[in-house]
Design a protein around this ligand. Sequence first.
Ligand code: ATR
Length: 277
Amino acid sequence: MSTLYGLVGYPLGHSLSPLMQNDAFKRLNMDAHYEAFPIEPVHFESAIGELKDKNIQGFNVTIPYKVDIMKHLDEVDPLAKAIGAVNTVVNQDGRYIGYNTDGEGYVTSLLKAVEGSLSQKRILIIGAGGAAKAIFYTIAAQHAPEVIAICNRTVEKAAILANELPFSTKTAAMSISDAEKQLDTFDIIINTTSVGMYPNVDELPLALTLLQKEAVVSDIIYNPLKTKLLKEAEAKGAGTHNGVGMFVLQGALAFEKWTNVRPDEEAMEHIVLSTLT
Ligand code: ATR
């Protein structure tokens, strides 16, 4: 019988993961398939039990279950534990182990765009939710930026995140308007909020008035591929980086954890882009 993999979250109507992962299985001639399992919150616990009964070999976890899934696992890897969220689960001989590939997927993609390292860079993250935390922890754990500042609509959440980092990286927390006033001091600006995502494509998470053309502006959104934030950054001559790479690489890293085979990332990106453009 074909090996079962999948995605749990709610709602899942928009997800491109089944298309991308099934294409990767097919390219490698693997007898496996990846299904979307939209699970309503009231059924979450029983549905996870049913997936385990079906001997699911691995699954991705998305909103709103990246935190709740952890209590149903036998082990959570240290980075995922520090981030406080799991997006990938591996069935290892009947033991369910949680990982977080969002941060690594994002940072690997960003490194291609900035053509170098993040060492000594001054980084501004917009947002203080789950995605911000995964990116913030991964950069701090694996790179050596000069500073990572977090700005957020709710500034208290930015302060909590900035203060709880278990690494020696210098951090700062500020309001969006304070970040706008010192935007010229940052090398890399990363939007982790949903502001500017389809259908609200005319929204901007932060004004780029003081943006330097040497800076890179990154948005984890991939629908649209070019958000208003990226369009404005491009108009100012700055570098830009969108969320497609993060989406593809978090999936490729999950695939590798499940199968011990590295899938063809370019083919994965190609199939995702073909549905977005
Ligand atoms: P995710 O897991 O995708 O990061 P999340 O944990 O709900 O989602 O976090 C969403 C982030 O986007 C938060 O930083 C949120 O700001 P608040 O903490 O003030 O809620 C931010 N965000 C969402 N909608 C926003 C909006 N319309 N304007 C500004 N920030 C917004």
